[in-house]
Design a protein around this ligand. Structure first.
Ligand code: CUK
Ligand code: CUA
Length: 630
């Protein structure tokens, strides 16, 4: 057996053992890893190289915001170069930017040390990316965060959201960012804090689908509405647009309401459901007082308020549901089959009107599958997610087959297929969630890289591949290795964002900001010591802080620079503290000085030729006297 064969064999074995976070294992999977594609198969190495080459000093055409999964971060890359540019910490501390160490970000994190970022979503106006905010959901701790794209910083974390358990079905936004969708992946008894036997899961546990409200001016997020659902596992979602505007869709699996080994118990039925929620009617029902408050959130029970929710049978264990740019179709992918199903919104509305039901679940009508379905498209094995281009084509990721299928909306013809390496989860096309996608590029977010890189030991990165979708045939352009773990991503035209490079002084409204070294100093009030500090090339003022053991020390530190890229850090020896202050920014550092001694602090972010001189001392009195040195 050649080395390559041995490697591939190992690869196959590993595919059965590796558990991608949100994708079930396919026991029956037909593996198609094959040999390494040649340059010719890649669409011509030279052509690929020139089309992704961004010369030093030049910038990319698109921003790629991709989820960092259980790292809790969002990563920013440029497309077509695929160069990683920045990391935006969201749900986890990140010493590189000091996130999670200053009081402001510590408060946002609320004591949690990590999060599981799944689906970044750019805010929309009239169904188009408006470049204002990026929302990301936390599957682990049921939170939703908002990043401001003016400064690429996390500005708000909402949650844990009451009644939601396993916030996976977000952060998809409605066409004018009225709501960010949310759902419970794991049903639990409600309200949270109550316990019912797992044996009574089918009747005593609840699913929830929801909308988090967004203030259109400020982006401030608040609890919007929630809907009680049967104890299914709600997975992915998408918001309607055009003819489907006002509707929200979620896939669900485990409609068997099973517990135990779900890989067996939840795959018994041939069909699961897509839930369709009329959120405009939901708003009216809430306004009419038809909701009851559960843990501070208005919750509607579809048994008591009919006309809000319908279930649509979908092929077994669906994963993604994706609304086409024209809003006419929603595509549901049954991950255990080789087809993806295109449902027709007009047919759905007709079926609702005619009460064309084939049953119900806890009083929620189930629409007749054949009346709503337009086509079953034979895309290939293990379809997960679908994205779109500007020419009416759809692109479906095939996890089991390790490929992307291109097919035509309306004619349902499969036009092309390209292998990816390996086991693709999400894919993302340029402006792909908007009413007007760009086409051009597709990024395949693959779950496994299987050593297609320099050996870095058993902890391997994922692989993300850039594919040209501008022509008839898809062409592989580039492969980048990405941190764990890209689920979804957003690809937005670079000129839609206008980020600032410094915080303008006049915008800093922090009452503790100071702009002149004359105002710097230390003030004691009992055992509370307050320091107002200036950081500017290349010193701290004050550079000496004297306190007593047990004092509570608060440092307000302002970086008074107004020059791009002049960041300063504040690292305090042996205190687990590092804060980075951007030009024009003020941050708050707070700690109890419980260790006597002299502790140097220094600038952690290289800022000038005399960066190494940018330092000072914290003196904590209350220990003994020092050694006499002479
Ligand atoms: S999920 Cu990861 S491949 Cu969390 Cu959107 Cu589908
Ligand atoms: Cu300031 Cu380095």
């Amino acid at each position: 057996m050649s080395t390559t064969e041995a490697k591939l064999d190992r690869t196959k074995l590993k595919w059965f053992g590796a558990g991608a976070v949100c994708v079930v294992l396919f026991a029956f999977a037909v593996m198609s890893c094959g040999k390494r594609p040649t340059a010719a198969e890649l669409g011509g190495a030279a052509e690929a190289a020139t089309s992704t080459y961004v010369a030093p000093g030049d910038t990319d055409e698109y921003y790629l915001f991709y989820s960092g999964g259980h790292s809790g971060n969002v990563y920013v890359a440029g497309v077509p170069s695929m160069r990683h540019i920045s990391t935006i910490p969201v749900f986890a501390a990140y010493p590189a930017t000091g996130y999670g160490f200053d009081e402001e970000s510590k408060k946002m994190l609320g004591g949690f040390g990590w999060g599981d970022v799944h689906h970044p979503a750019i805010s929309e106006t009239n169904g188009d990316y408006d470049g204002r905010w990026l929302f990301v959901n936390d599957n682990a701790n049921n939170r939703l965060a908002r990043i401001d794209l003016r400064d690429f910083k996390t500005k708000q974390i909402l949650g844990p959201i009451p009644n939601i358990s396993g916030y996976h079905g977000g952060s998809f936004v409605t066409p004018n960012t009225e709501y960010v969708l949310a759902a419970s992946r794991f049903s639990v008894p409600l309200p949270k804090g109550t316990v019912e036997p797992l044996e009574e899961y089918a009747t005593k546990y609840n699913g929830v689908v929801a909308g988090v409200k967004v203030d259109p001016k400020t982006g401030e997020m608040s609890h919007g509405f929630q809907i009680l659902m049967p104890p299914f596992n709600f997975d992915l979602g998408d918001a309607g647009k055009g003819p489907s505007e006002g509707w929200a869709f979620w896939t669900s699996y485990n409609t068997e309401r099973a517990t135990g080994k779900l890989e067996v118990t939840s795959t018994q039925k041939d069909r699961d459901y897509i839930a369709a929620v009329n959120w405009k009617e939901v708003e009216k029902a809430v306004a009419a007082g038809k909701a009851k408050m559960i843990s501070g959130v208005p919750v509607l029970d579809p048994k008591e308020v009919p006309g809000l929710v319908y279930l649509i049978p979908c092929s077994k264990s669906p994963h993604g549901v994706d609304v086409s740019p024209d809003g006419k179709y929603f595509i549901g992918s049954g991950k255990l089959q080789s087809i993806t199903t295109a449902f027709n919104v007009e047919k759905m509305l007709t079926a609702i009107q005619k009460k064309d039901f084939s049953g119900n679940e806890d009083g929620i009508p189930v629409l007749t599958y054949d009346s709503v379905k337009d086509a079953e498209v034979n895309v290939g094995l293990g379809p997960l997610h679908t994205q779109f281009d500007s020419e009416g084509n759809a692109y479906t990721s095939l996890f089991v087959e390790s490929a992307v299928a291109k097919w035509k909306l309306g004619s349902w013809e499969v036009l092309d297929k390209i292998p990816v390496t390996y086991n693709i989860g999400h894919l993302c096309t340029a402006e792909g969630d908007t009413v007007n996608p760009d086409g051009k590029y597709l990024v395949a977010l693959n779950k496994l890289s299987h050593g297609r890189h320099l050996n870095v030991g058993p902890s391997q990165p994922e692989s993300s591949q850039l594919i040209n979708i501008g022509g008839e045939k898809m062409k592989m352009l580039y492969e980048a290795f990405t941190e764990p773990e890209p689920h979804y991503a957003q690809l937005i035209k670079a000129d839609k964002l206008k980020p600032i490079e410094v915080y303008p002084k006049e915008e800093n409204k922090n009452p503790n900001a100071i702009w002149d070294v004359k105002d710097a100093g230390v003030v004691r009030n009992g055992t509370n010591v307050t320091v107002k500090m200036v950081a500017v090339r290349s010193s701290f003022e004050p550079y000496k802080i004297e306190v007593n053991k047990g004092d509570t020390v608060t440092i307000y530190i302002t970086n008074i620079e107004q020059t791009t890229d002049e960041l300063h850090g504040f690292g305090l020896n042996e205190h687990n503290l590092n804060v980075v202050i951007d030009p024009g920014e003020t941050k708050t550092i707070k700690f109890v000085a419980d260790k006597p001694g002299v502790f140097p602090f220094y600038c952690t972010n290289f800022c000038s030729a005399l960066h190494q001189e940018m330092q000072g001392y914290l003196l904590v009195k209350g220990g003994g006297s020092a050694l006499a040195m002479k």
